[in-house]
Design a protein around this ligand. Structure first.
Ligand SMILES: Cc1ncc(COP(=O)(O)O)c(C=O)c1O
Length: 388
């Protein structure tokens, strides 16, 4: 085995680096999940997590990865055969619609080129045409982790309002929550799906549904089969600080610490920090003479940047070189982007020098892999960091 010194650079777009204080918090002894100390922790967490979603409503926490929270959003609100509209923004939007079909929903999947977000104009056309209101839900991935493109949820909401369409709005914020500005209540989102392992700076293993009144109302008549994912018993047990099953106690200790960190920095500052690191990363990519995958200036992701390889160069070879030489993991191209892009994660527990080190490693790796790049790229990123 190769000997390594220093810390591994985990610069994939999640799971992200877990802060030491969060790791220490999780190392505390597990307590009785039916006792008073745990009830106090749950009650505190359920209150303190609301501002991160921008909601005053309930947030359901599951001991599951994000995929579980996707399923929960669908099975709690919809019935067999319901029509759902979703947008092919990339790999994760594709997986979510695959799941919806597998659950017995009738999905209209709006095709996309994996370089743009969900198109509000296309949504307007589809909703206008749906005069009988047969579409029961619109599903959008806020930040498509496979492409580094962020859909404009406020504009999507505006289209639902302008067309006076009653469909529920379900939004996946797995790689945006705690990194990119997000407002569940203000944007009229009905179910927000989130996960622990990205902006929330925790290991994988927790996921979330923030739930609007309209979604709660829908859940009373929704007929898709559900048991473990059913919101009702969780919300009921949460009233006394409990869960209807054994919760992931130590991950919840970590969550308490991570929420304290986000609150201490202030959410607007957290979002601004991510946007600034994303801008510096784009400056590096363009300085190298390479192309950012996201094709719309309004939709650049604050949490990751996907870099397109010039023709004839393999992104996975670049990632391999960087892992071997510099002990840094970068995100792979997924699905149809395999080998064509690599993804730089700049989210979560992250600062200027983490970014500088990351971009230095990428630049050196590109050079070793003989991808023609201008070494001025790194300097261009440092200029952005210095100037702001
Ligand atoms: C946007 C998005 N949605 C859904 C998922 C699936 O979540 P999980 O892998 O935690 O089940 C991911 C995972 O990276 C994601 O990035």
């Amino acid at each position: 085995m190769t000997s390594r010194t220093g810390r591994h650079f985990l610069q994939i777009p999640g799971p992200t680096n877990v802060p030491d204080q969060v790791l220490r918090a999780m190392a505390a002894p597990t307590i009785d999940h039916r006792g008073p100390e745990f009830a106090a922790l749950t009650t505190r967490l359920l209150a303190e997590i609301k501002p991160v979603f921008g909601t005053a409503g309930p947030v359901v926490i599951y001991p599951a990865s994000g995929t579980g929270a996707w399923e929960a959003a669908l099975v709690n609100t919809l019935s067999p055969g319901d029509r759902v509209l979703s947008f092919e923004t990339g790999h994760f939007a594709t997986l979510w619609q695959d799941m919806a079909r597998a659950l017995g929903l009738d999905v209209d999947f709006v095709p996309g080129d994996w370089r743009h977000g969900a198109d509000p104009a296309e949504l307007a056309l589809r909703l206008d045409a749906d005069t009988t209101h047969s579409i029961k839900a619109v599903c959008v991935v806020h930040n498509e982790t496979s492409t580094g493109v962020t859909s404009r949820i406020a504009e999507i909401r505006q289209v639902l309002d302008d067309t006076d369409h009653p469909a529920l709005l379900l939004v996946d914020t797995i790689s945006s929550l705690g990194s990119i500005d997000y407002r569940h209540d203000e944007w009229g989102v009905d179910v927000t799906v989130a996960g622990s392992q990205k902006g929330l700076m925790l290991p994988p293993g927790l996921s979330f549904n923030a739930v609007s009144d309209k979604a709660l109302e829908a859940s009373r008549t929704a007929r898709l089969a559900k048991s473990f994912w059913d919101w009702a018993p969780v919300i009921e047990a949460n009233r006394s600080g409990a869960f209807p099953y054994t919760p992931a106690t130590n991950l919840l200790y970590g969550l308490a610490e991570a929420l304290d960190m986000l609150a201490a920095e202030g959410l607007p500052q957290v979002h601004a920090r991510h946007a600034r690191h994303a801008a510096a990363t784009r400056a590096a990519v363009r300085g190298w003479g390479l192309e950012v995958l996201c094709a719309d200036e309004r939709e650049h992701s604050g949490s990751l940047t996907a870099v397109l390889m010039p023709d004839g160069h393999d992104a996975d070879k670049v990632r391999r070189v960087i892992l071997d030489q510099y002990d840094m993991s970068l995100g792979a191209g997924l699905g149809r982007l395999t080998g064509r892009i690599f993804r730089i994660g700049h989210l979560g527990h992250f600062n200027d020098l983490t970014l500088a080190g990351t971009l230095a490693g990428v630049q050196m790796g590109l050079e070793i892999a003989e991808v023609p790049v201008d070494p001025a790229g790194l300097g261009a990123a440092l200029d952005v960091l210095r100037a702001s």
